[in-house]
Design a protein around this ligand. Sequence first.
Ligand code: HXC
Ligand code: NAP
Length: 284
Amino acid sequence: MMNGKPFANKIVVISGGATGLGLEMAKKIGSYGATIVILSRNEERLNDAVESLKKEGINAHYYVCDVRDHVKVDETVQEIWNGLGPINCLINNAAGNFISRTEDLSVKAFETVIGIVLMGTIHLSLSVGKMWIKEQIKGSILNITTTYSWTGSGYVTPSAAAKGGVTAFTRSLASEWGSRGIRVNAIAPGPFKTEGAWKRLVPSEVIEKEMTKRVPLGRLGNPEEISELAAYLLSDYSGYINGDVVTIDGGEWIYGGGQFNQLSTLPDEFWESLKESRKKIQSN
Ligand code: HXC
Ligand code: NAP
């Protein structure tokens, strides 16, 4: 979509970049010339991901870092800065989530999900943002939230609470740090079939079918579609977009809100008979 190498000489840090949507974004942004740095907990997955990125000609590095640990996050950011150079862009993509009835959850379960999703986003943004402000460097942050960050959703209440916080944090930080040359945006994805999400949230084909039915476009998202959007929002091509949350869900959440949208499940015969009865009423 974009011309040339808009990320040439830029260092892009992606939390949770070894799997799923994070890895797709790493591939796309790397193909646009970025040096990619991925962070997460599992070293084997990180190593495999870096090898696969290198095979595509991308300059890629990894650091083992649990984003819940702010001391480790600060150390990692310093290590990257000293070893590779100033960070230019950050994608807060790491997440934890699972389906459960809320009454079955412990406090630790809430702390775990909120720790990864909301505090992880805050830890990395603070650490990198403070460096940008100190060194007077412009930067761009992209947070990965969800559409239920504004509707809420049952059965994923820790994630909904945390993602709601990420959306509010995105907009708040954009207002405050825009004057420092730091843009902060977010993407709110609908359903994208990744291994990490599916094994914890969509454990059966029946649930997948029901989920797909809610999408007006009638299909799940393609990771390629999110990675191109992420590259654009992070790059200077979107230099005047700040504080926005871009939805990419095939129309799913809007569909869920519209009072009459369920009528799309009715067969053509229903609409034909409705037309006929209207004609009869008009002719009487
Ligand atoms: C109830 C659960 C649970 C479950 C864990 N817990 N899984 N409670 N139902 N399915 C509880 C545990 O009992 C424990 O509390 C606490 O949560 C912490 O669990 P641990 O297993 O010790 O945590 P940890 O090893 O840190 O693993 C974190 C995790 C795990 C979030 C639980 O799932 C993970 O590593 N996830 C990372 C990847 C991920 O989630 N990807 C999906 C992103 S998709 P107690 O009190 O018992 O000690 C997404 C949007 C999807 O976010 C939208 C789809 C359309
Ligand atoms: P995923 O593959 O499970 O990605 C989650 C990543 O976060 C993993 O690489 C995981 O790696 C990392 N992570 C988890 N806990 C961490 C921690 N404490 N510190 C550092 N990294 C951690 O799932 P995905 O579907 O690609 O999700 C990517 C993003 O999209 C998430 O923000 C998710 O909420 C969002 N999203 C996805 C969907 C969807 O349908 N797939 C929909 C809406 C929003 P380790 O386990 O190795 O640490």
